[in-house]
Design a protein around this ligand. Structure first.
Ligand SMILES: CC(C)(COP(=O)(O)OP(=O)(O)OC[C@H]1O[C@@H](n2cnc3c(N)ncnc32)[C@H](O)[C@@H]1OP(=O)(O)O)[C@@H](O)C(=O)NCCC(=O)NCCS
Length: 181
């Protein structure tokens, strides 16, 4: 990554906001006709990447997906609605929030299915990390998510250090050199 790159102009949350709607088909479901958790995570990853692309306007890779609770089952024939936005941009990484609802096609009732935070890292076409534009929060909600993103980043970093230390204690420093940070 070049340290001589100039800082790009800040982008707004509205620049990255993205939405995807999927109709749930039998191929997306288990033997009871409920949406598979892994398939939901795939849709979350894709919708999150859309926001990261729109913010950074470069290539991105998923670095992390936080804990997800599956609050509500989704059935074959339902509409799945996913919305994403960048919460905060750091140096080369961005935290993206994704929220998912299910819409019953017959009644129109919308229920919250899951929410997740993902971290995407911006790279160029040679796979080198590149700086991302800063994010400028405007509304009170955007400011709240912006502040929350910093707390979650600090928590992820502390957790990564804790896991590394635990592995070192378990295996010794040589075996843990290539373990994830
Ligand atoms: C993500 C990746 C680019 C990070 O590269 P790295 O050389 O380890 O980079 P660093 O540790 O120097 O961190 C670079 C940035 O990524 C962030 N990052 C790295 N690993 C992270 C993790 N596990 N969780 C959250 N953020 C992470 C760092 O905080 C840093 O952000 P910043 O530049 O905004 O401060 C690299 O690990 C990678 O390519 N992973 C595979 C990605 C992939 O294939 N995704 C698809 C999943 S199947």
């Amino acid at each position: 990554m070049s340290s001589t790159e100039s800082q790009p102009a800040p982008r707004l949350v509205s620049d990255s906001q993205s939405e995807m709607t999927e109709i749930i088909l039998p191929n997306d479901t288990n033997t009871l006709g409920n949406l598979l958790g892994g398939r939901l995570m795939h849709f979350i990853d894709l919708t999150g990447a859309m926001a990261a692309y729109r913010h950074s306007r470069t290539h991105v890779v998923t670095a992390a997906m936080d804990h997800i609770d599956f609050i509500q089952p989704v059935h074959v024939g339902d509409l799945l609605i996913l919305k994403s936005r960048v919460n905060r941009a750091f140096s080369t990484s961005m935290e993206v929030g994704v929220k998912v609802w299910v819409e019953n096609t017959q009644t129109g009732v919308l229920l919250h299915v899951a929410s997740a935070y993902l971290v995407f890292v911006a790279i160029d076409q040679n796979g080198r990390r590149v700086h991302v534009p800063p994010l400028k929060p405007v509304s009170a909600d955007e400011q709240r998510r912006f502040e929350g993103a910093l707390r979650r980043r600090e928590y992820r970093q502390a957790e990564a250090r804790r896991r590394k230390l635990a592995l070192q204690t378990q295996n010794g420093p040589e075996q843990t050199e290539n373990a994830p940070a």
